[in-house]
Design a binder for this molecule. Structure first.
Ligand code: AP5
Ligand code: MG
Length: 207
């Protein structure tokens, strides 16, 4: 099953993708994680995207499409995958349709005040890409999954979050209509606990 997770920044795409990956044993392909890994390792790609991500803008379509096309051609994607954060523009969605068959696009629909709460308390593990929230972590800043040191993502500052939301509504939101027209859109209420939202998603995709 080839699933796309759509939704605003902070809607829970990464959180839900990690759970689906564990349960369905198919990989999570997060373009954000791929870019952050390159940033951390200071690769040429990382240096190219650093300022773009810090501003909350989108990395150019042609760069992103090439990365995803290559990643999806790897052997572990043969039995399906979860796309987290891609596509994010109509150009990306049309390109994806040219080289892959998508089963469903799940739109995680969350109220904006919940998004702000989620992003302002997010903690991220650069070692295992685990995503957590301060409300469930206690005092520590140690990753409960791998023991790594948790950080606050550079693009979770108030100003950058505002820009990411603006970019989302302008460029990514139209994908909801795009997948609706294809009959592939599933909208799930993303408000509520992680377990509640996850149960809605698995029911919606029949898993
Ligand atoms: P990316 O990393 O994809 O960021 P994003 O889309 O803005 O989404 P987030 O990762 O912020 O949120 P999420 O929906 O994954 O939520 P999460 O599960 O973490 O992209 C970063 C940047 O990379 C972009 O700005 C762009 O520059 C570039 N980029 C990436 N892809 C690109 C593309 N295709 N094209 C061009 N550029 C691209 O959850 C958030 C918080 O809420 C966490 O703390 C979590 O613990 C908590 N939480 C989750 N669910 C719940 C719940 N149900 N109840 C309570 N708390 C919850
Ligand atoms: Mg994410």
């Amino acid at each position: 099953m080839n699933v796309i997770l759509l939704g605003a920044p902070g809607s829970g795409k990464g959180t839900m993708a990690q759970k689906l990956t564990n349960d369905l044993q198919i990989p999570q392909i997060s373009t954000g994680d791929i870019f952050r890994k390159n940033l951390k390792e200071e690769t040429p790609l990382g240096l190219q995207v650093r300022d773009i991500m810090a501003r909350g803008d989108l990395v150019p379509d042609e760069i992103t499409i090439e990365i995803v096309k290559n990643r999806l051609s790897e052997a572990d994607c043969r039995n399906g995958y979860i796309l987290d954060g891609f596509p994010r523009s109509i150009v990306q969605a049309e390109a994806l349709d040219g080289f892959q068959q998508i089963s469903a696009a799940v739109n995680i629909d969350v109220d904006e005040d919940a998004i702000v709460k989620r992003l302002s308390g997010r903690r991220f593990c650069p070692d295992c890409n685990g995503t957590f929230h301060v409300s469930t972590l206690g005092d520590g800043n140690i990753c409960p999954a791998c023991g790594g040191k948790l950080i606050i993502r550079a693009d979770d500052s108030e100003e950058t979050v505002r820009e990411r939301l603006r970019v989302y509504y302008k460029t990514t939101f139209p994908l909801i209509e795009y997948y609706k027209k294809q009959g592939k859109l599933i909208t799930v209420d993303g408000n509520g606990t992680v377990d509640e939202v996850y149960a809605r998603i698995t029911a919606a995709i029949g898993k």
